[in-house]
Ligand binder design. Structure first.
Ligand SMILES: Nc1ncnc2c1ncn2[C@@H]1O[C@H](COP(=O)(O)OP(=O)(O)OP(=O)(O)O)[C@@H](O)[C@H]1O
Ligand SMILES: [Mg+2]
Length: 239
């Protein structure tokens, strides 16, 4: 079987101590106006359950590119990416959508919440996409909003929340499907220092308490130092 379709496969795999995510010789180039830009030049890495990994490096070095490939949002030019042992870029569209919806939570620098929806509705979105009954989706969203400290803000629309609260909603939305892996691309980059600290603390707490693996691209050295593993990208390679 080259692609998984059965959730139980994933649970069994993840229960063991095999890596969640494996990169084997991953490279990525972009073509731009006839030039080839080689961004990643053969990256090998493994992410295990409950890992927290910081990805640092100069602006333009390829951190977002790396996270996008990890999140199955963009295919590498070379090498292999495996999620729970399955070759991500050989999966069919349905498995790939399921992987993005259920196994990976994304938190970006800008929250990408839907402004016309309230905190609860934004958080529910992945559960509705997964065709959960509405009642169940509401219940899950309420639980996860409580766990990020937003029990009193559920009916506020995105625009009626502070920057830090919006980022908490984005984290709640990333968590609602109980993913194995959270990918954060500068999750504190758009927040003032104190709010950024709060969000960082929340992410560490989730990593420690819930054991969800986390990969965070950041320019914030203090945030990077708190992670259990760190990698710096230099000229397309890991230092
Ligand atoms: N779709 C694309 N087409 C062409 N070039 C691209 C594309 N996406 C990214 N690049 C180039 O790839 C390089 C890496 O970009 P990336 O966004 O991954 O950097 P980054 O490390 O996340 O930077 P920052 O810290 O500023 O967010 C940059 O030079 C960028 O211009
Ligand atoms: Mg970036």
């Amino acid at each position: 079987m080259s692609e998984w379709s059965d959730e139980s496969n994933l649970k069994v795999e993840a229960a063991s101590h095999s890596p969640i995510l494996t990169f084997d010789g991953v490279s990525k180039s972009f073509m731009h106006l006839g030039d080839t830009i080689e961004v990643l030049k053969g990256i090998d890495l493994e992410i295990y359950p409950a890992d927290s990994l910081a990805v640092t490096g100069a602006s333009g070095v390829g951190k977002s590119t790396l996270l996008n490939i990890m999140g199955s949002l963009d295919a590498p030019t070379g090498g292999t990416v495996k999620f729970n042992g399955f070759d991500v870029y050989k999966m069919g569209q349905r498995s790939l959508s399921r992987l993005r919806n259920r196994e990976i939570g994304f938190v970006f620098q800008f929250h990408h919440l839907l402004p016309e929806l309230n905190a609860l509705e934004n958080t529910m979105m992945p559960a509705l996409i997964a065709r959960y009954p509405r009642k169940r989706a509401v219940q899950l969203a309420e639980n996860v909003l409580c766990s990020v400290g937003l029990e009193k803000r559920m009916s506020h629309r995105a625009g009626e929340l502070s920057g830090g609260e919006q980022q908490r909603v984005a984290i709640a939305r990333a968590l609602i499907m109980n993913p194995r892996l959270i990918l954060g691309d500068e999750p504190t980059g758009n927040l003032d220092w104190a709010t950024g600290e709060e969000i960082a603390e929340l992410l560490f707490h989730l990593n420690e308490e819930a054991g969800v693996a986390m990969v965070i691209a950041t320019h914030n050295q203090k945030l990077a130092e708190k992670m259990s593993k760190r990698m710096e990208l230099i000229d397309g390679r890991i230092r």
